[in-house]
Design a protein around this ligand. Structure first.
Ligand SMILES: [Zn+2]
Length: 137
């Protein structure tokens, strides 16, 4: 296994680049939040987790198949990852963050990814704009 669940992986870079060109400001790997979310958008109270389909076991995805050897080891290891994800998402939700998971296989098509980001954040933005408006003067 040469795949490493590291930082600055390609899918994450794709998401970050799109956020950047769309003018969204974000923070990375915030240590103050449960699960060190990959991308944090404080203004939108939204975090984006970019999950590798294998390491985080994307259900039904062809990329999530377990290795044919040491299957049991992988099963246990990966199910621990899934449990950890669930736990940190629950905690983030309790803290009032909206959590969105982008699976690696969903980040490949830029047009789809762009639409998804727009849907996720424009919605939130309109809520914020109206509250700013309410507070003006
Ligand atoms: Zn997938």
């Amino acid at each position: 296994m040469s795949r490493i669940a590291g930082k600055d992986t390609k899918p994450e870079m794709r998401v970050r680049r799109l956020l950047h060109v769309s003018g969204y400001r974000y923070r990375l790997h915030s240590k103050c939040l449960p699960g060190n979310p990959d991308v944090v958008l404080p203004k939108y109270k939204t975090v984006i987790q970019i999950h590798d389909c294998f390491w985080h076991q994307h259900k039904g995805c062809p990329d999530s198949g377990l290795p044919k050897t040491n299957t049991r080891f992988w099963e246990e290891k990966l199910s621990r990852n899934v449990e950890r994800d669930k736990r940190s998402m629950g905690l983030l939700g309790e803290l009032g963050w909206k959590v969105s998971v982008f699976w690696e296989c969903e980040t490949i098509q830029a047009s789809k990814l762009r639409m998804r980001i727009a849907n996720l954040l424009d919605h939130r933005q309109s809520a914020e704009v109206s509250s700013i408006h309410d507070n003006a003067n």
